[in-house]
Design a binder for this molecule. Structure first.
Ligand SMILES: NC(=O)c1ccc[n+]([C@@H]2O[C@H](COP(=O)([O-])OP(=O)(O)OC[C@H]3O[C@@H](n4cnc5c(N)ncnc54)[C@H](OP(=O)(O)O)[C@@H]3O)[C@@H](O)[C@H]2O)c1
Length: 227
């Protein structure tokens, strides 16, 4: 990943941070478009934090990607990590939960991808989307979340086909439960050692963005740890 330019969405979150940290350690330049104006990562020339960006706002996202190219000259990779989880049953939950999950998980990825595509075509770059295991089979209370993440997988599949000849690769990872402070607080009795570490998912994402994965597009990789 040395000297590759990588855009990471969701950089203020747990997995986004891990991916940005790993990309910087691998010698990449990293841009973090998002709502947060600052990052917990150490300030450095290779890091560009683009705050005040709602990833569902195409005009704002387009401007952010223009700023990345103005600073670093090109974009080689996009990691669509922004997203989130709300548990609610259909009977007890409200309908806005469905539009919220759609916006948070699918529209953020669609918007960032559309804004990045011209640059990724120019660099023959790659995209990695973050789906989720329930995108394949939803459990109770996961309808809206699973439907929105299933949308991320359908985006991955259709775009991989659309961009094959243009040379842009598109893959997805599907984590089960990530070892995050929020999950630990929500499930205090669970065996945390069985959960997937953010750093391990980051390694897979960086591999899929790298030239070592040049033969892989349209793949959806389950990352389950020992869950
Ligand atoms: N945690 C898990 O167990 C798990 C399991 C499977 C899949 N995943 C998926 O993995 C990804 C990362 O999870 P995580 O646990 O690291 O989540 P997290 O810590 O809650 O971080 C989510 C990130 O998404 C950003 N975001 C959401 N909507 C946005 C919007 N409209 N505009 C800009 N930024 C937005 C958040 O920004 P703000 O800080 O501004 O809110 C934050 O940076 C998500 O897609 C999640 O669905 C997580």
């Amino acid at each position: 990943m040395r000297d590759k330019i990588v855009v990471v969405t969701g950089g203020s979150g747990v997995l986004g941070y891990a991916v940005a940290e790993a990309a910087l350690a691998a010698g990449a330049y990293v841009a973090l478009p998002g709502r947060e104006e600052t990052s917990k990562l150490a300030k450095q020339d290779r890091l560009l934090v683009l705050g005040g960006v709602d990833l569902t706002d195409f005009a704002a996202v387009t401007k952010a990607f223009e700023a990345v190219v103005a600073r670093f000259g090109k974009i080689d990779g996009l990691a669509n990590i922004a997203g989130g989880f709300r548990w609610q049953t259909l009977a007890e939950g409200d309908l806005s939960g469905w539009t919220d999950q759609f916006k948070m998980n699918l529209l953020t990825a669609v918007t960032a991808t559309k804004a990045a595509l011209p640059y990724l075509r120019a660099s023959q770059g790659a995209i990695v989307n973050v789906g989720s295991a329930p995108a394949k089979k939803a459990g109770s209370g996961m309808g809206a979340y699973a439907a929105s993440k299933a949308g991320v997988l359908r985006l991955t599949e259709s775009l991989a086909e659309e961009e094959k000849l243009a040379g842009v690769r598109v893959n997805a990872v599907l984590p089960t439960i990530i070892d995050t402070p929020r999950n630990r607080a929500d499930m205090p009795k669970a065996d945390f050692s069985r959960w997937v570490k953010p750093e391990d998912i980051a390694k897979t994402i960086l591999f899929l963005l790298s030239g070592d994965a040049k033969a892989i597009t349209g793949a959806e990789i389950l990352i389950a740890g020992r869950t």
